[in-house]
Design a protein around this ligand. Sequence first.
Ligand SMILES: [Mn+2]
Length: 291
Amino acid sequence: MSLQFLGSKRPDEIKAKRCISLFGAPYDGTSSYRPGSRFAPNAIRAASVGIETYSPYQDEDIESLCFVDDGDLELPFGNRDKVLDMIEKYVSSLLENDGIPLMIGGEHLVSYPAIKAVHSVCDELHILHLDAHADLRDEFLGERFSHATVIRRVCEIVGDKNVHQFGIRSGIKDEFAYARERLGDFHPFSLPNPKEIVEKFEGKDVYLTLDVDILSPSCLPGTGTPEPGGITFDQLLSFLIGLKGINFVGIDVVELLPHYDPSGVSSIAVAKIIRELLILACPSNMRSDRL
Ligand SMILES: [Mn+2]
């Protein structure tokens, strides 16, 4: 039996059509510094058995949620365009069944096709981008599609004003200027009060893209481009839990490199964040009484 995320069901075990689909997009082909995020999805699944299905933070058990672990996409590592196309088509197929995608990267470029697919079924889509890096370069090493340019490409899909960046502490001067002048929100270094975010996005469709390097490397050393400084695990967790009430139409969690943390704590930290995100994103009609 292959690895499965804690408390998840397999697609054939669930009657309801509409559910959260957790799946892995193990691609790290454009990683500019250290590759290895392709190993993240299964490392997170393996680490998830070390935590509980019950969240004392939100007083809810993920076993009561309608969510499936769809496994990993089988991606051709050497063919970036085909990888992006496969992810986009896969996310579109989930959306056709009214599902909510929860994608585990992989590097950050995997967010681009997922957001493209989600945007195509929304009138207006807002992106909450949590990261240490702005990822707003127009190109990197001559490439327009890279994990260092991904949010710039996302801006071209959803519009600059619908992109909202939080926790950013690294980038070139032009990226910071772009973010300050053009994005809907730019809140560098730390996270805002989540109440303000909930008020602002109430009733709107929101996609959350979480690069785990937003955390201080002292909490999460297992990442490709660690950036000293940053927030603590508790700060991230209380911000995310504070977003309760937002309509999440898609989520991704990217850039974990499990092998750079021999203690394994980075993978456990991400598994715990995903448990909380599942509860956060699960609408009331995807709870156990409707399974
Ligand atoms: Mn980053």
